[in-house]
Design a protein around this ligand. Structure first.
Ligand code: NCD
Length: 313
């Protein structure tokens, strides 16, 4: 199969075709095998990835670094742009041009939606969006989807419930649009307080595909039918008014008691970090929880796959 991902940027889930998702997922499974048997190899030796993270990150940053290193590649790891010329006032425009001279691909996280996309206007190197403000987080959505299929076997017929901050949460912006691009047989429940509803343009995109969606603020209304419960953190850093955040941060609390009505065979996901007890610690050991195990490992395997496909013809 020809690698149509070679040399490409990944900015939005809308950039990827179902055929490409299949290529990425096949390679992801190979990467799992590689990591579990040998730890990695050196197929990306002589390739360098610059990770330019203008916003805090634990998992996305470290898993990209780990992914590159497990494949023998080099890294320019900037977790926060402190101590770079950004502090001296260098423009985004110049910064990305500089790193495109030193690295073969740029992984960019920024607090402003649209900046990774903007970078592609300035440079010819591939750019991977590692989260742009309240925009998108396409690599997260890809391994979330991979995890859903791995755990539940298929997508058709599933009821997927996205809960929490659907307004500012970039992971759910990407995941919802990725899901409906692949199957018309999913039911999507959007559970949020009215202040944090999913943006209208994304709902429109979903509805265009004749997908069944239900918007509600009441989790109990949909929990019993749910196959994938995807909980998100209220995105404190996007609020102008911190008292508004305080009011909403613990709007949903998923605990053992709450999960009593949930199916035996379903999964509980969260992109992490859990910041306001939106999933209680007691749920970590529930066999249905995947946020501290496969959802994390798959993030590594999928990012290895992507880097390999983007950097190796
Ligand atoms: C998410 C993000 O940065 O959007 N974190 C992550 O990358 N796993 C979710 C969040 O911060 O709430």
């Amino acid at each position: 199969m020809i690698n149509t991902i070679f040399g490409k940027s990944l900015i939005s889930v809308l950039d990827i075709t179902p055929a490409e998702i299949k290529i990425i997922f096949d390679r992801t499974s190979q990467m799992r095998q590689l990591v579990t048997t040998k730890g990695g190899d050196d197929r990306l030796s002589h390739r360098i990835m610059a990770a330019l993270f203008y916003e805090p990150s634990t998992r996305t940053f470290s898993s990209f670094i780990s992914a590159m290193q497990r494949l023998g590649g080099g890294i320019i790891p900037l977790n926060g742009m402190k101590n770079t010329s950004v502090e001296k006032g260098e423009s985004f425009h110049h910064t990305v041009q500089v790193f495109s001279r030193y690295a073969d691909c740029l992984v960019i996280r920024h607090s402003e939606a649209g900046l990774p996309k903007l970078a592609t206007n300035y440079i010819t190197r591939p750019v991977i969006n590692a989260g742009d403000g309240f925009g998108e987080h396409p690599t997260q959505a890809l391994f979330d989807l991979y995890t859903i299929i791995e755990k539940l076997g298929h997508l058709d017929g599933l009821t997927i419930t996205l809960v929490g901050d659907l307004k500012f949460g970039r992971t759910v912006h990407s995941l919802s649009q990725l899901l409906v691009g692949l199957s018309t047989q999913v039911v999507i429940n959007l559970v949020a307080p009215t202040q944090l509803r999913m943006p209208a343009d994304i709902i429109e995109n979903i509805q265009k595909r004749n997908i069944k969606i239900l918007e509600t603020s009441n989790l109990d209304e949909v929990l019993a039918q749910t196959d994938v419960l995807y909980v998100t953190r209220v995105q404190k850093e996007r609020f102008d008014n911190i008292s508004e955040y305080e009011k909403l941060k613990s709007y949903y609390i998923v605990d053992k008691k709450k999960l009593k009505t949930a199916k035996k065979k379903m999964i509980i996901m969260h992109p992490l970090p859990i910041a306001a007890g939106e999933i209680q610690n007691e749920v970590d050991s529930d066999p249905r929880s995947v946020y501290l195990n496969s959802q994390l490992s798959n993030g590594l395997y999928l990012r290895m796959a992507l880097l390999d496909l983007i950097l190796n013809r």
